[in-house]
Design a protein around this ligand. Sequence first.
Ligand code: AHR
Length: 495
Amino acid sequence: QGQETKISFKTAEDAPKISKHIYGHFAEHLGRSIYDGFYVGDTSAIPNKDGVRIDIIEALKEIQIPNLRWPGGCFADTYQWKDGIGPQEDRPTMVNSWWGGVTEDNSFGTHNFLNLCEELGAEPFISANVGSGTVQDFMDWVQYTNHPEGSPMAKLRKENGRDEPWKVKYWGIGNEMWGCGGNMTVEYYANIYKQYSTFMTAGENKDNLYRIAAGASGDDYHWTEVLMKEVPKSLIEAVGLHHYAVIDWENKGPATGYDEEIYFKSMEEALKMDEFVKGHIEVMEKHDPKNEIDLVVDEWGGWYDVEEGTNPGFLYQQNTMRDAMIAGTTLNIFNNHSGRVKMANLAQTVNVLQAVALTEGEKMILTPTYHVFKMYTVHHDAQLLPVEFDSPEYTYNGESLPAISVSASKNETGNTNISLVNIDASAEHKVEIDLEGLDVNNIEAEILKSGKIQDHNTFDNPNKINIAEFKDFKLRKGKLEVSLPPFSVVVLSSK
Ligand code: AHR
């Protein structure tokens, strides 16, 4: 407060590229995510393309969704993919045992998902069943989606109306194997992983499939250590990691009616991502100094109590400026570790947890989280500018957190983009950014802010929170002075 925080960047030639896949999403068969969220069926009065809501398709294209993870989550390790192909009316049903015990009618299956990804221009990321599925099922799924012809699975796909393979590159080998994936030890899972990974590629990874081992939760470094030690490099491309910003699993607190104490704790949990990512990278570096195996944070986000009157198994929650703070800081963390973090998936896209969109009948609203993703598209595949700075503190009740989060990149046309977040609930913070050597003259900027931290968009007031032009900065002799309002996200771009 009052004092300016100095920020500078290193323009290292060998700085990593920020993979656009860091900006990935996740859609599980959970609550109103797939059914009602994405998929309304092609006989619905809600405008749709092959049964998928057009408003959702357009919104996701707008944020250049790079990949979509499906069908779970915990659901993935119960999912029998063969029940989701062929004529819809003949598809067997199942119980969605993890999420509300509802009947899954399998009307949204492999074709629906992969055609949707094509429509979105997003890479599909299939998280496949290891917990209760067989190695054969897994191999068959890979062949069904990827074999051009000449195999029983390619034949079956063609019979089901799809001639060309979709060529799915990203495969998750199970999900949360330490929990809903089968309550396994990592020592046991490492062997299972090797078995699935071997057979899905028939020993040789000729098609360059990208195989992601189900990773640790939070600070379980032992999990990553064992996978890195036990799995040969020929069988693995990435290790996963999950971390949710939850203040207390027994009492998560409300999504909107929270106080500053809860807000502070949520941010404390969210910011732990930095520590966890660093910790897992350190372990990976020990076993893989050449950086051949990536870290994929395939589930992250804020998790609160469900909205009153909704099914507790459906994880439906509103999304406020707190979520914008979580999104902005977490994406900055991933950008700053993009040398190893090559992919991430926010949980989850529509109507579940930290969603980017919420639906109610024919209505659809975009959340503050959505707007952060939109502002940050400038970083997709741009070169990281590693940052150096000491953040001022955001203090609450004698405890403190770094108030400012920042990441920056330079894109192919030489434009510099800087994303800043001030999580402080009441204080403005001023920063002075040294842009020497970056050839920056003209700057345009956008901001996401609101009057109260609990503010959110509703179906009656869908644009309460939206991106606005930002002018509270001055560029003088290569130094950029920016005043960041409390709980705001600002992205500055040179033009
Ligand atoms: O995203 C909701 C659930 O959180 C996922 O199904 C599971 O992987 C995690 O525990």
